[in-house]
Ligand binder design. Structure first.
Ligand SMILES: [Cu+2]
Length: 117
């Protein structure tokens, strides 16, 4: 009995919420996904720290005249680019909130992070 009441409540909330907003209330509550760019130049990631909303795609472009990579510091790795030559790009879509530190595996002192919220 208790369960059927809470199911009915849930359905009522979803239906009312959908009617009020005219769209999915869960999606409406979140920020829209974005696209963001990180430039790799002069042995650094710019911006070194980037904040995006969940679902956003970040594209790194190597503007340096030497090869670089973009590799997640996490284990297991959330993402890992191939070696990027000049003007090559790597994109990754962040589907979960969190802080994603990364580095260049050729020059490990090159670091950056993406905060997904
Ligand atoms: Cu590098």
């Amino acid at each position: 009995m208790r369960r059927s009441v809470s199911v009915a409540m849930f359905v009522a909330v979803v239906v009312l919420g959908t009617a009020a907003l005219g769209k999915d209330p869960v999606v409406a509550a979140q920020q829209k996904p974005q696209t963001a760019e990180v430039r790799i130049d002069n042995f650094s990631f710019g911006p070194a720290a980037l904040t995006v909303s969940v679902g956003s795609t970040v594209t790194w472009t190597n503007r340096d005249d030497i090869p670089h990579t973009v590799v997640s510091s996490d284990d297991p790795k959330a993402f890992k680019s191939k070696v990027l030559d000049t003007d090559e790009k790597f994109s990754f879509t962040f589907t979960k909130a969190g802080t994603y530190a990364y580095f260049c595996s050729i020059h490990p002192k090159m670091t950056g992070k993406v905060v997904v919220q």
